[in-house]
Every structure is written in structure tokens, then in C-alpha cells.
Unconditional design. Structure first.
Length: 313
């Protein structure tokens, strides 16, 4: 009987070994003449890292429900795709687990569904999206355009034109620079940035920011809360709007600006920079607050509907 069990065990190992080995990936392709890498993975985790070698290397494990793995060069693009079976059971399976090394000089594009992506040390920009996965980026130059629906985004040291969007997730941004745009719907945003042009917006979410000296800033809130601080450059511009949401803006250095603030259908304008007060309309639930600080070279404009705008120093 013991001999029978032993034979069965050996037979099972022999049968399953090719299947297991088939799911392991270790492939290399030259980066000669290539300017972009495109990665598509439905489920699991993908780590994409830039390096100094002129090679694209893929290592790791494929989703057990994958029907094929594509690693092809088409003109100046290398395509890396995990192709799934049409019908599969996702229970008790974590999907693919891949590490992809690419030359730093290459642009990277990616897409997934329930796949997490991490990207590091890419100098020609990235673009990608996932649905229920997280995106984690570090040391990305030139351009960033990433989005997730119910996942979180974490960014450190993104430079250039940076755009990040989530619906019900969170965005954490540190040390970004250049031009920055962040959006969240029923999510949260926290950014610490030295970008000079900044556009931030939330719907039914909270936003906190800490900015360096900005030339342009746009803030929008719908049923959300915005709170942050910045230094405003001379001749700079700030534009704020809120609907049933609050905005608190603190100027961390001396500011030279002309302020023009309005409320519609109620709302409050609170000025803690000077002694100027909002003037309420006699015939409608409106108010306005106009004043000037320093040489007035910069412009700060704000409107709110049933919200509160606070100016702090």
C-alpha cells in the first residue's frame, strides 16, 4: 500500500511539473530601436523598473488561468501581454506576478483590470490605467498620466506634466514638480508638491495640499473639503470654486495680490489676511469680498455656492 501511494505521488508530480513550469517566465529582448514598452495584465501584480541596460527582461509567474504570453516587438514598440482564457474562475488565485526591467529611456504604457502596477526610474514618461488595482510610482520624469477606479495611487518624485485620477480611491503625492493635475471622486487627495502649475479637484472627498511657490493654482470642490497652504508668486493666479464644499487657503509667505471673492445662494467668505470684510447684498443671498495686499500683482479669485472660503496667513 505504501508503495502504491508513493507511485501515485511521483506520478502526480510528473504530471503537474510541466504545467507549473509553463507558468514561469524568464525572457529577454534587445531594446535596439525600441522607444516604448506596452504592458497588459488583467490580474495580479506587475513591477516595472528602469535600468541602464539596453534590454527588456520579463521574469515571474503567469496567472494560472492565462492561455498565452505575448512578448513581441512591433516596429519601435515591445508588447508584453498576458492573455486570459475567456471563462475562468478567479477564486483562490492571485493572478500574475511579474517583474519587468526596461531601459530608462523608454516610455511605458500599461493597462489592467484587477492588477496592481508599480513603476520606478522611467525618464520618458508613463501612461496607464487599471480598474480595481493600485498604482505606485517613483522617480518618473517627463510625463505621468495614470488612473484607477477603485484603487489607490501613490507617487513619489514625479516630474513634468503629471496627471493622476481616482474615483473611490486615494491619491498620495510627494515631491512632484512641473505641472500637476489631481482628481478624485468620493476619494481623498494628499499632495506635497513643488509644481508651479497646479490643478486640484474633489467631488464628495477631501483634499489637503502643501505647495511651494506656484504661478497658477486651480481648486474645485463639490461637497468636499479642501485645505492647504502655498506661496504665491508675484503675477501669479489662483482660481477657486466650491459647491456645498469648503476651502481653506493659507499663504505661507508675504503675498502681493488682488483678491476678488463671491458667494452665491448663501455661503461665507472669511478673511484672516486683512481687516477687510465681505459685503452682503441687500436683495439676494450673495456677498463679495474685494481687497488688495502688497503691490497687488497676483490675482486670487473665488466663488462658492453654499460653501465657505477661508483665507489665512
Amino acid at each position: 500500500m505504501k508503495t502504491l501511494f508513493l507511485l501515485v505521488g511521483i506520478f502526480s508530480a510528473i504530471v503537474t511539473l510541466p504545467v507549473f513550469s509553463k507558468n514561469l517566465i524568464d525572457e529577454t529582448m534587445s531594446g535596439e530601436g525600441v522607444s516604448k514598452v506596452y504592458v497588459e495584465n488583467m490580474r495580479g501584480e506587475v513591477a516595472i523598473k528602469g535600468w541602464d541596460k539596453n534590454q527588456v527582461v520579463v521574469k515571474g509567474k503567469l496567472d494560472e488561468h492565462a492561455k498565452a504570453f505575448d512578448f513581441d516587438k512591433n516596429g519601435s514598440v515591445i508588447d508584453i501581454k498576458v492573455r486570459m482564457k475567456n471563462h475562468h474562475n478567479s477564486r483562490n488565485n492571485d493572478g500574475s506576478d511579474l517583474v519587468i526591467m526596461v531601459p530608462k529611456r523608454m516610455r511605458v504604457e500599461f493597462s489592467g483590470v484587477s492588477s496592481d502596477f508599480s513603476l520606478e526610474s522611467i525618464t520618458k514618461g508613463i501612461e496607464g490605467k487599471t480598474v480595481s488595482g493600485d498604482i505606485d510610482i517613483r522617480d518618473i520624469d517627463h510625463q505621468v498620466e495614470i488612473s484607477t477606479v477603485s484603487g489607490d495611487i501613490k507617487s513619489i518624485n514625479a516630474k513634468g506634466k503629471v496627471t493622476m485620477t481616482t474615483v473611490s480611491g486615494q491619491i498620495s503625492d510627494k515631491a512632484s514638480s512641473g505641472r500637476l493635475q489631481l482628481r478624485a471622486v468620493s476619494g481623498e487627495i494628499d499632495t506635497q508638491s513643488s509644481a508651479t502649475e497646479v490643478d486640484l479637484g474633489v467631488v464628495s472627498g477631501d483634499l489637503t495640499f502643501n505647495l511651494a511657490t506656484v504661478d497658477e493654482l486651480e481648486l474645485s470642490s463639490v461637497s468636499g473639503e479642501i485645505e492647504g497652504e502655498l506661496a504665491l508668486a508675484d503675477n501669479g493666479r489662483v482660481k477657486m470654486s466650491s459647491v456645498s464644499g469648503d476651502i481653506a487657503l493659507k499663504f505661507i509667505d508675504a503675498v502681493n495680490a488682488t483678491f476678488r471673492l463671491k458667494t452665491h445662494a448663501g455661503g461665507d467668505l472669511l478673511n484672516h489676511i486683512t481687516s477687510d470684510k465681505a459685503v452682503e447684498s441687500k436683495y439676494s443671498p450673495r456677498a463679495k469680498l474685494n481687497f488688495e495686499v502688497g503691490n497687488g500683482s497676483a490675482t486670487v479669485k473665488a466663488t462658492t455656492v453654499s460653501g465657505t472660503i477661508r483665507l489665512l496667513k
